[in-house]
Design a protein around this ligand. Structure first.
Ligand code: FNR
Length: 184
């Protein structure tokens, strides 16, 4: 059986990003038959429709769109910036959705994980992201919802996920995989 390939998208470019750490931990939670890989989004120039309209598509767009076309599902791990999703992640949604008529996100089952340094847990980012995913035709796992407040506390002093957080995230990943099997 061919493995199902799931792309992970991280909404923070910061070197010490907790979202990135969560994504790396989630990679190791992929069950047999699944391959989880981070697809980088930090090198994508800001979306400009002229590139597509005038046949001047940046190489980074092409690489990203091809990578997106190869995956069967998508997982977003993002912080909240000013009560919404970070621009870098919205830019990736936009780049992947074009040129007109060629939405590379189309039909790929998704999961959204949000986090925050403080107590808010990225609820605003989580739901603004879901709003765009409706139009991009990415069906999203409804339950469990994953909001991680005080994200620093998800990790122990060695940088590994605490047992409690690992268990919680593994449960969410398992729910995604089971649901993926039903609808993919
Ligand atoms: C933030 N942060 C933040 N947190 C939050 O809960 N709600 C918010 O609206 C915002 N807004 C915001 C804007 C900007 C520009 C920055 C840089 C940060 C704080 C944010 O949760 C914190 O920096 C996280 O640690 C960012 O995630 P990473 O980089 O650790 O993955």
């Amino acid at each position: 059986m061919h493995k199902k390939s799931i792309g992970l998208f991280v909404g923070s470019l910061r070197t010490a990003s907790y979202s990135k750490k969560l994504a790396n931990a989630i990679i190791s939670m992929a069950p047999d038959g699944f391959d989880f890989t981070i697809i980088p989004i930090g090198n994508l120039p800001l979306y400009n429709q002229d590139y597509d309209d005038h046949n001047q598509v940046p190489e980074a767009y092409t690489v990203f769109r091809e990578a997106l076309a190869q995956v069967h599902g998508v997982i977003f791990i993002t912080p909240e910036y000013n009560r919404s999703l970070p621009a870098v992640l919205k830019n990736a949604l936009d780049v992947g959705s074009r040129p007109y008529g060629k939405n590379n996100w189309n039909g790929r089952p998704g999961m959204v994980i949000s986090c925050s340094a403080g107590g808010l847990s990225g609820f605003g980012a989580n739901h603004h992201l879901r709003q765009s995913l409706v139009f991009l035709n990415v069906p999203v796992l409804q339950q469990p919802e994953v909001y991680l407040a005080n994200v620093k506390d998800c990790f122990d002093e060695t940088g590994a996920l605490t047992e409690r957080s690992a268990k919680f995230l593994q449960k969410a990943v398992d729910a995604y995989v089971e649901w993926f099997g039903k609808i993919a």
